[in-house]
Structure formats: structure tokens, C-alpha cells
Ligand binder design. Structure first.
Ligand SMILES: C[S@@+](CC[C@H](N)C(=O)[O-])C[C@H]1O[C@@H](n2cnc3c(N)ncnc32)[C@H](O)[C@@H]1O
Length: 374
């Protein structure tokens, strides 16, 4: 058997070593520091990669655009790196999460409000009435009552969006799912089951109060940590289809990681949040959604969608501006996409992605494409 160290050395040969990190070089707690772990999100890139790409391709105090901003890694890192930024996403929950991560919160009010909401919740205040079939189906009776009571308390606070993220995170953890399928649960798990993750019999979650407490306090800590390193640059989050962009001003760079066809459903992965928070569902406009599959027609629709977005970003890029696109182009779609978007490839870095856990664990490579307008 080859040792892990040897394998990694071999893998890194020929790669851009400044963009590839081993687990020891960049442990998980660094990749998920401060607000990056405010809520789980499948399919994000790591802030250290974005930081290095900014250093290479964005002038100091410049302005960056991410048309597929997801959980907001680009925007959070832009604030840390002293850049102005705008992020667009089609998924309302992602926009809420980005907004909460990047807003400049009032520290004392935030602290007071989150602790107050938690104290009232723990005193038993709140109203658990709800008619939603999803909530009845996906939560055990006590968990359902806990989440609904907490939800009924949070609307009145100035930082209600922060509390909505706490609620979503607690709901995600409290769903009736198996421990090994938190990312893609298909049906609720009613009774005990053999758990492949813990190699023993496990039971689905019955209550959510401990999650509400843990995540309220963790959210406070993470927002405070980030407030110590964030600069005061401008940041804007826009909810909608990035192909319909109508943005004021020009950008120094587009830094993004697009969706990929047939891999992830970005709305569906946070279904509990849409159901509990009543968010606007625009999945029909989501490019590359897994539920549409990978038929020839689906791939063509994906290519057309990405071309539309990149073309629209090109209109707001400064003449010397660059597109920096992080992509795992297994299907070799990007040569055509770049050409049809009026872009010319200037550089291509290859990086090794270190995935430690989860169903998608394993070695994997991705490209960073640097392009300019033709
Ligand atoms: C690979 S993820 C981006 C992840 C992000 N780099 C991060 O670190 O969190 C791609 C994102 O594109 C979004 N998306 C898909 N179609 C879109 C569209 N038409 N307009 C804007 N965003 C879209 C998805 O909702 C998803 O959040």
C-alpha cells in the first residue's frame, strides 16, 4: 500500500503547488474558519484558494463580481482581502446566508438579541402551530415543536436574518435522516437503522432544542471572529438569474466557481430552509441542476446557460479585467463555453482538491481558467 504522504507528493508533481494543499498544510478548521462554517453548503470552494487568486489577478482595493456566489466564499474573502464585491445567486437561501455572513452587524445588539431569543425559547415561549406537510413529515413531534416555537420568536428582532440561519441549521441537523445521508436524504427515516458512519445502530433525531442552543452560540462566536478580520469594503448580494445581470459600475475581475451539470441541486439541498422560512424558489432558473440529469439536451442547456451568464458578466468587466473560473471540467465543455462567451483563455492552473470526508470523499482535480475578453 502506498502511504498517504507519498501519494500526495506524486499527485502534486506538475500541479500548481501554491493552489494545492494537503490536509496537514490546510486543516479543515482553517478551511472553515469564522463565517465559512455558519451553515453547511455542498459545493463550495475554499477561502485560501480565493485569497491566492485575488492576489494573482485582482488589483489592490479592486472590485470583484461572483455571478454564482453560492455560500459567499468570494464575498467573505473579498472583505478579508480589502476588495469590493458583488455576488449573485439564483437560490434565495444562499443569498440569505451570504447576507448574514457579509453584513456589518451591530455587535452589542447582535449579542443581546441572540441571547434574548435563546432565553425566551428555553423558557418555553413561542407558538408551534403550522400546517406544512413537509414539517410534519420530516421532523419528529418534539423537534417540530422546538423548531416552530423558535421560528415564531425570531421575526421581531433587528437581526432576524441571523436567527433564520440558526433556525435553518438546527432544522438541517434535526431532520429525520440517517447520519450518513445528511446531504441528500430522499425519504424520512422513521425508526432505528444501522449507521454506516458510526458502525452501530443509531436513531433519528427526536428533538431540536440542543441544536438551537449550540448553533445560536456558535453563530455569535463566528460572526464576532469575522468582524475582527473584515475590512469595511462594500459588498452587495443580489438574488436572481446572473444571466439577467444589470449591474452598476465596472469590475476588475469575475472570480467564480460555476455549477456543473447533473451534480448538485442547489435549491433542493436546503429544502428545509425554503419550507420553514417561506423562501422564493427559483429552481427552474438554476443552471445544471442535478434533477435535470446529463442527457445531451441537459448538457446543451447547461452550456447555453453558462454562456449567457459569462457573456453578461463580460459587459461589466473593465477592459483589462480577467475572468477567473474554478471548474472541474470533466466533460471538456469549457473550450466551447469560453469561445461562445467571447473569451480567450490566457492561463490554466491545475489544482488538487483534498476531500477528507463524506460520500464524495476521494482524490479529485480541478482547473482554474484565467480568461480575458477577445
Ligand atoms: C458551485 S456553486 C458556487 C459555490 C461558491 N463558490 C461557494 O464557495 O460557496 C454554484 C452556484 O451557482 C448558483 N446558480 C445556478 N444557476 C444560477 C443562475 N442562473 N444565476 C445565478 N446563480 C446560479 C447555484 O445556486 C450555486 O449556488
Amino acid at each position: 500500500m502506498i502511504s498517504v504522504a507519498a501519494t500526495q507528493q506524486q499527485i502534486y508533481a506538475g500541479l500548481d503547488s501554491d493552489l494545492s494543499w494537503s490536509e496537514q498544510q490546510l486543516p479543515e478548521r482553517e478551511r472553515t474558519k469564522h463565517v465559512h462554517r455558519l451553515h453547511p453548503y455542498l459545493g463550495k470552494y475554499i477561502p485560501q484558494l480565493v485569497e491566492e487568486l485575488f492576489r494573482r489577478h485582482v488589483p489592490a482595493r479592486g472590485r470583484v463580481l461572483d455571478p454564482f456566489a453560492g455560500s459567499g466564499t468570494t464575498l467573505v474573502q473579498a472583505l478579508e482581502s480589502g476588495l469590493h464585491s458583488v455576488g449573485v445567486d439564483i437560490a434565495a437561501f444562499n443569498c440569505l446566508l451570504m447576507q448574514v455572513k457579509t453584513s456589518e452587524h451591530k455587535p452589542f445588539v447582535l449579542d443581546h438579541e441572540l441571547r434574548d431569543a435563546l432565553a425566551r425559547f428555553e423558557r418555553g415561549e413561542g407558538d408551534a402551530r403550522d400546517k406544512s406537510a413537509y414539517v410534519r413529515e420530516w421532523f419528529a413531534p418534539q423537534a417540530r415543536e422546538d423548531l416552530l416555537r423558535f421560528r415564531s420568536l425570531i421575526g421581531e428582532y433587528e437581526h432576524s436574518d441571523v436567527l433564520r440561519i440558526v433556525l435553518a441549521r438546527a432544522a438541517r441537523s434535526a431532520r429525520l435522516t440517517t447520519h450518513f445521508d445528511l446531504d441528500f436524504p430522499k425519504v424520512p427515516q422513521a425508526g432505528p437503522y444501522h449507521c454506516y458512519k458510526h458502525k452501530r445502530e443509531c436513531k433519528p433525531i427526536e428533538k431540536a432544542d440542543h441544536f438551537v442552543r449550540r448553533y445560536t452560540l456558535d453563530t455569535l462566536t463566528r460572526l464576532k471572529e469575522f468582524s475582527r478580520v473584515r475590512t469595511k469594503r462594500s459588498v452587495e448580494v443580489l438574488h436572481g438569474d446572473a444571466g439577467d445581470l444589470d449591474l452598476p459600475g465596472l469590475f476588475d475581475a469575475v472570480v467564480t466557481s460555476p455549477p456543473y451539470p447533473g451534480l448538485i441541486d442547489y435549491h433542493e439541498q436546503h429544502r428545509y430552509a425554503y419550507e420553514l422560512l417561506g423562501l422564493d424558489d427559483l429552481r427552474q432558473r438554476e443552471i445544471g441542476a442535478a434533477e435535470r440529469g446529463t442527457s445531451k439536451a441537459a448538457i446543451q442547456a447547461y452550456v447555453d446557460g453558462i454562456v449567457r451568464v459569462l457573456g453578461s458578466c463580460g459587459n461589466v468587466l473593465k477592459p483589462r479585467g480577467r475572468f477567473v473560473i474554478v471548474v472541474n471540467d470533466r466533460r471538456a465543455l469549457y473550450p466551447e463555453i469560453l469561445e461562445r462567451s467571447g473569451l480567450v483563455l490566457e492561463q490554466r492552473y491545475q489544482r488538487h482538491v483534498n476531500r477528507r470526508t463524506g460520500r464524495r470523499a476521494g482524490e479529485y482535480f480541478e482547473d482554474v481558467l484565467v480568461a480575458r475578453r477577445s
